[in-house]
Structure formats: structure tokens, C-alpha cells
Design a protein. Sequence first.
Lengths: 255, 252
Amino acid sequence: MGSLAIARLSILETLRRKEFYIVFVFIAVLAVWMYSLNMTSSGAGRFAKDIVMQVVWLASFALTVPLAARQISADVEQKSIYVLMSRPIHRWQYVVGRAVGAITASAICFTSMYAVLILMLAVKGAGSLADPSLWQAYLLQVMALITLASLTLCLSTVSSPGGAITFALLMLCATRYGSAAIMNRVQQMPEASRDVAWGAYLLIPHFEFFNVSQRVVHGWGPLPTSLFVQAMAYGLICSIFFVALAAAVFRKRWL
Amino acid sequence: MEIAAIEANGLNIEYRTGRGKKKLAVSDLSFRVNHGEIIGFIGPNGAGKTSTMKALLDFSPVFSGSCSISGVPCSDPRAREHLGYMPEMSYYPKYLTLSEFLDTCAAISGVPGWVRKEAVNTVAERVGMTSHLKTRLSSFSKGMLQQAGFAQALVHNPDILILDEPMSGLDPIARMRMRQTLAELRAEAKTILFSSHELGEIEMVADRVLALNQGTLAYEGPVSGIVGTDGNLEQAFLRLLGTEQEVAAWAA
């Protein structure tokens, strides 16, 4: 009950801090923009679809990272933590509550944007609501947001909110958008340092596992179920690890 | 022997002040607050009052010694089940309305959903803030935030209250209302540990006084025990807790 009340506090905060209104404005712009695009011709249509999807992905990441970074740090800095922690809850319950709140708020924002995206795709004849790859892309992106929020929250317990945002965005960009380049670079390294680099690379969360936008854009169909389940399980394990680590760090913290 | 409402035994609290440096905020502090007592916690700035309160709430680690609330060690969250705390400054989520804030505090304290609305309305009435329930805390004045802080400490109807400077920032009417509420809480046999620099308030409300000076207990007993023959508590405070220069300056 304590964790749920704290999660509700996070959602209320997001609502009051007007993040949701930014999303609504973004959605309106997105809808008008998509309506004006030619999405039916094969080449230009696929390009437009790709751009629109990337914009929605990036907007959801841009909302999630600062939202998660300020959950705990703002309470500690503004000392509102005193009122919350003077109640009969464990510190891990507080951390879990804040994580659940950040995840729920960012998932609501993303879902609103994605709903407009698939509706407009259907209106423009560039996609069908029955297309399983669209739903798979949605679920994997939600899992990416859960992992990203958990990672950022964890980082915010050991660094300033600014540091947590920078580091989380670096990890996101490096793995989601620069994974191939990093792997090529690692392959070219001397053998001795290659193993160390591989080890370090495997330890960081891999956001590229959740990116199936190309399958949607090019109509390659959904991921095989086993791969989809593995990606979801990977995200879940990473998220649990990050939240548990955040709770362990926060348990020792002086308030 | 009856279990104390609040108990500290040989409490030592250290703070990090820089690179590996530590400062002893409270040294070998032992005291006992019985159920139903109202205790005034006094001492000059930096004496260790807030540090002691933070240790009782498990906000800062205890270097050595122990403290408990109703017999439960302070490091155990169950110790805070029947505890209400009002911090010194109004550190509250300002984007919430008073009603949402009190409801959230009650929910975290484990008050079931079906009685929360009633609990919120009751406590708002008690502190005289019913008409402000739908107002956001961001538009509250300092005194109103102080009253909101008092309300959140009471919303789950705790048996023990720890109040850090509850009277600061209150206008005379709000101050009188708070004194009245404290008197009502005394009648309900609640235990209250409150710190204040307003010695007159302490004299009016407290059964006993705990005086801290430089992290150690300088006096424990009835208010009458420190008041001199002239009955001036301020002079008594200075004699007990002031430096030689401060006492000399007062006498001059």
C-alpha cells in the first residue's frame, strides 16, 4: 500500500508538472503532420513511417529520462522525503513506489502518442490495427522505457539528476543507435583488450533488443515468439536488477 | 517496568562534514519519554535536537547506542506505525492540494481507503484548514504550510508525536489554535516530544523538559526545576545552556 501511494504521488506530480500537456501538444502536431504525409507509396511511404516512429520513440525516451531522474533526487533535495519516510514503510518500498510511478507515467505518455501513431497509420492506409508487429513494437518499446526508467532511477541514487540523465542517455544512444559501430570497433581491438571490452559491453543494458521499428516499417512481420519473449524477459531482469540496486544504495543513505 | 513511548540509550550520532571528517552531533544521550507525557526539547542552535529526532525516525544512522519507539528499535519501520512527525521546515510536495497531500500521507501510513476521506476531513477541521482542502500547497503561506505539516502528522491518528519547532511561523491565532490542539492531544493521552525556541510555549505546554547542549543532555526534569526564583525561563535557559560570555552579556 505504501509503494502504491508513492507511485500515485509520482503520477500526480507528472500531471501537475504539465508533462502530460506537452504530450498532448506533441500528439496534435504528430497527427496533423502524419495526415499531411504521403504514406502509401512504397519508398517515400516507408521513409515517412520510419521518421514518424523514430520521433515517437525519441519523444518517449526524452520524457522518461528526466522524469525518472528527479523521482528520488527531488525528494531528497527538497526534503519532502522526511514526510514520506517518517511513516511505517521500508526504504525499498519508497524506491519501488517511485520506480513504479515513473514507469507508469512514462508508459501513459508513450501509449497516448503510440495510439495516435497507429490510428493515423490506419487512416492513411499504411498500417492495420490487426498487424501483430505494431503491437509487438509497442510492447517492446514499453519494456525499453521500463528498463530506461529503472536504469535512470538507479543512477540518480549515486549521482546528481544531471549526471544520471547524461549517463542514461549515453547508454541508450550507444546501445540503441550505435550498437553495430561499437561491435565493429571491439572486433578491431587487440585480443587482450577485446575480451575486456566485450565483457564491459555485455554488462551494460542493451536497448537495441527492444527496437523492431524496421520490421514494422518494411513489413517484415513480427519477431518469432521465442525472441520476443527473450527480449521482454531481458528487459524485466535488467529493470528488477536496477531497482533492487537503487533500493540497496538508498537503504544506506543519510537523509 | 512499562515500555517507554520513546527511549534513547547511550545514543551517539556522527555526521560526515567533509573528506573522511566526522562531527559528533550527539554524545552518549539517554532519556525516556513515558506514554502520555508532553516533553519540551530545548537547546541552542546546533545542540543536537534535530539530529536526535532524525535518529528516532531512522533518517540518519546511529553510530552507537540505541533508540526505540514503543519498544520497537527505530531502525524497524514498525516503530513508525503509531508515530506522527512534523519537520522543522515545510518540506512538502507543493504541487498537491492539501486534500491530496493528507490523503497520500494517510495512505502511506496504512489508513484504509474507505476511512481516509473522513480522516482527512477530521484532521483538516482540527487544524482549522477545512476551507483550504482544495488549495494547492504551492499557494500556502509559511504559517499555513506549518499547519498543513501539523495536519499530516496527525492524519493517521498516531499515539506518539515528534514535532520539530511546531510553533515557528505561526500567527498568534494559529499559535493559540495549536496550543489548544496540543491540550486536546494531552487529554487523549498522546505522547508528544516537541522542540522549540519559544520558551514560553514550552512552559505552558510541557510536563518535562529535555535540555541539550553541545550534543549532551544538560538537564532533564520539570520546567520548574530550571526556572530561577525570578521565574524567568529565558534567564534560566541562558544560565543552563549559554556560554559564560552570553550570561555576562545578559547580566550587563
